[in-house]
Design a protein around this ligand. Structure first.
Ligand SMILES: Cc1cc2nc3c(=O)[nH]c(=O)nc-3n(C[C@H](O)[C@H](O)[C@H](O)COP(=O)(O)O)c2cc1C
Ligand code: SF4
Ligand code: SF4
Length: 308
């Protein structure tokens, strides 16, 4: 089994891990690392936030007896990096599943997933949403979310979704009654994402320049800049191609990245993952070694080799 995940604050990573455990093993692959290694980041002009030039690779072939994606719902639809990922791959598997994690309400994400699968010529066997603590600081008081979701509740929800996958359950793939809202949701989502980092974030003087926010940012959207004779600390600077995951503001140990309109100063990172656990999302996964569909078709099989 291969499980691809994208996460901001760890809920989706935790769930992806539980899915692999319940299935008795599986390859866990970060979508952020995949995009980066196959040539895409959140950045403009072929450059990642840390200045590394990037290329582009399409039609990557994902084959296994089961293939899944786990990610957070953003504005009741699929986040931009997950859309990019799905448009870059071909999946060949008898069991393809999606487990979107959400905090309040995300039904149209089912319709978005169906639409993306149709584009890429595959069908999901299972789409099963999993309710987790909501990390959207501008709308929710994360202190209340933390209290409403003790660790046992988070684990129980993840295990329920993981059991569905382990049992190869089929379902949740039909059109929802909110399907007509999908075009509106996608427009809203694109509009909100367009200048998210500059509109929402403000770095306060409490910043020590530790760089954790930049290390956690899956889009490579944060550069550490500055440092002067009077103050040697560098500061995070946002590069304008944010994936809106809120990792930066939630991992900051100084609580120095404030969010416009935030309901409280409380922050959230999935307790089973922790701030350091989020960094795994950016570690190299060796995914650039995945075959493309074209390469796969031209790879000689043993039948075509001359007999010894
Ligand atoms: C930009 C953004 C938009 C969100 N939109 C929704 C939404 O429309 N519906 C919802 O139920 N939760 C929404 N959420 C909450 C997340 O989907 C939820 O907390 C998720 O479990 C976070 O997963 P992660 O920890 O893997 O990042 C949103 C979160 C962010 C950051
Ligand atoms: S994580 Fe916080 S303290 Fe560290 S560099 Fe980023 S904003 Fe500054
Ligand atoms: S800048 Fe912050 S919110 Fe935007 S992608 Fe990076 S970590 Fe996520």
């Amino acid at each position: 089994m291969k499980v691809f995940y994208f996460t901001g604050t760890g809920n989706s990573l935790f769930l992806a891990e539980r899915i692999c455990e319940a299935a008795g093993g599986g390859d866990l692959v970060s979508i952020a690392a995949f995009l980066r290694e196959c040539g895409e980041t959140g950045q403009k002009d072929g450059e990642s936030g840390d200045g590394k030039a990037i290329g582009w690779r399409k039609d990557v072939l994902i084959e296994d007896e089961a293939v899944g994606i786990v990610f957070p719902v953003y504005w009741v639809s699929v986040p931009a990096p997950v859309v990019k990922f799905l448009r870059q791959i071909r999946i060949e598997s008898p069991y393809i599943f999606a487990v979107p994690t959400f905090g309040g309400f995300g039904l149209p994400v089912h319709d978005h997933l169906r639409e993306l699968a149709r584009e890429q010529k595959f069908h999901f066997s299972l789409i099963a949403g999993c309710k987790m603590p909501d990390n959207f600081v501008p709308w929710y008081d994360l202190g209340k979310q933390n209290r409403r979701f003790p660790q046992g509740k988070i684990a129980a929800r993840a295990d329920r979704a993981a059991e569905l996958v382990a049992a190869r359950h089929v379902g949740g793939t039909g059109a929802t009654i909110l399907r007509p809202l999908l075009p509106l949701a996608k427009r809203y989502s694109t509009k909100n994402a367009s200048d998210f980092d500059t509109r929402y974030f403000r770095v306060e003087a409490a910043c020590t320049g530790c760089g954790l926010c930049a290390m956690a940012c899956p889009a490579g959207n944060i550069r550490m800049e500055g440092g002067s004779a009077s103050d040697s600390r560098s500061r995070p600077a946002f590069c304008g191609m944010c994936w809106c995951c809120l990792a930066c503001t939630n991992v900051c140990p100084q609580n120095a990245i404030r969010c416009e309109g935030e309901k409280s100063k409380a922050r959230y990172v999935n307790p089973f993952v922790g701030a350091q656990g989020l960094l795994a999302q950016k570690a190299p996964h060796g995914v650039a070694a995945f075959e493309t569909v074209e390469a796969h078709r031209t790879t000689p099989t043993t039948e075509s080799l001359p007999c010894a």
